[in-house]
Write a protein that binds this ligand. Structure first.
Ligand SMILES: [Fe+2]
Length: 287
């Protein structure tokens, strides 16, 4: 039994806990075990008002697994001195973006769902925050699965889902991909994952919807039935679940488990600047 030094307090909803008492400049293996324990318990953790450097963030993140390089880190979202960091920003320099994502809304998703091994964790730190907008929302996909009506649960258990990985959600070709020749997206390059995944560490089951119902297919199901079922599952997950809303302040860190949560963010005024630094850790192949 882990002897508790830190304090985890449920924040707003049971999707997230605020962690108090963690010193990013002075921690040991016991403290990390405790953070991991809360991370696995809640799915999302918040550390308020940290005043840490990029190097501190990288050092802290290293305790939670190998780093994953997000495709945007190889493009506009690269950090000048810390290759482990993804820069999410709408700032520009000499007319060129200095980070990924701009100021637009990001709809509900789990990170890089179209990878063979999507990341386990993400650690996101607010460097610069606009006066309004840019809030981030989280929900639990454990709860989405556990609250499914029995009839729906029967339809999803044991099923697999195909995600195309040629285009991103805005319709842009992903890095290294070429225009497909077939009109049927099910023949495109993509990834198949279980629709209900079992978390590699907690053993709990979570609904796995990826990032969009568009051009996703429940393998083996007639396409119209698959589309109708996916619409129902998305509605259940994103409209009926408890949601945690993070209204950022500079220095806040959100740390989420990408295997059992989804998130989205609001847009914000493009005339204001929002800069976030993210580190991402590797996960298991969904089973
Ligand atoms: Fe994301």
């Amino acid at each position: 039994m882990l002897k508790k030094r830190l304090k985890a307090e449920q924040a707003q909803s049971n999707v997230c806990a605020d962690i108090a008492g963690f010193d990013f400049n002075d921690y040991d293996a016991h403290d990390i075990d405790e953070v991991r324990h809360y991370w696995l318990t809640y799915g999302v953790l918040r550390f308020k008002n940290t005043r840490i450097t990029d190097a501190d963030q990288v050092a802290f993140s290293r305790n939670f697994g190998e780093f994953v390089i997000h495709p945007k880190q190889l493009q506009e979202g690269g950090h000048p001195t810390h290759p482990e960091i993804l820069v999410i920003s709408n700032a520009t320099q000499d007319g060129k973006p200095t980070g990924a994502m701009g100021n637009s809304e990001a709809t509900w998703h789990t990170d890089t769902w179209f990878y063979e091994r999507p990341p386990a964790g993400a650690i996101l730190r607010a460097v610069k925050i606009p006066p309004s907008g840019g809030d981030t929302y989280f929900l639990s996909t454990y709860m989405a699965y556990e609250t499914l009506p029995a009839a729906l649960r029967k339809l999803v258990d044991g099923r697999q889902i195909f995600f195309q990985n040629v285009y991103d959600k805005t319709g842009k070709l992903r890095l290294g991909k070429t225009e497909p020749t077939s009109k049927d997206f099910r023949e495109w390059s993509g990834m198949v994952h279980p629709l209900v995944r079992t978390h590699g560490e907690t053993g709990r089951k979570a609904l796995y919807l990826g990032g969009t119902a568009d051009k996703a297919w429940i393998v083996g199901m007639p396409l119209d039935e698959s589309e109708a079922l996916l619409a129902e599952l998305w509605d259940h997950t994103t409209n009926e679940q408890e949601v945690f809303v993070q209204q950022w302040e500079e220095g806040d860190i959100m740390m989420w488990d990408n295997r059992c949560t989804m998130h989205r963010r609001d847009s914000f005024d493009p005339a204001s600047i929002r800069i976030m630094h993210r580190t991402t850790t590797s996960g298991e192949r969904p089973i």
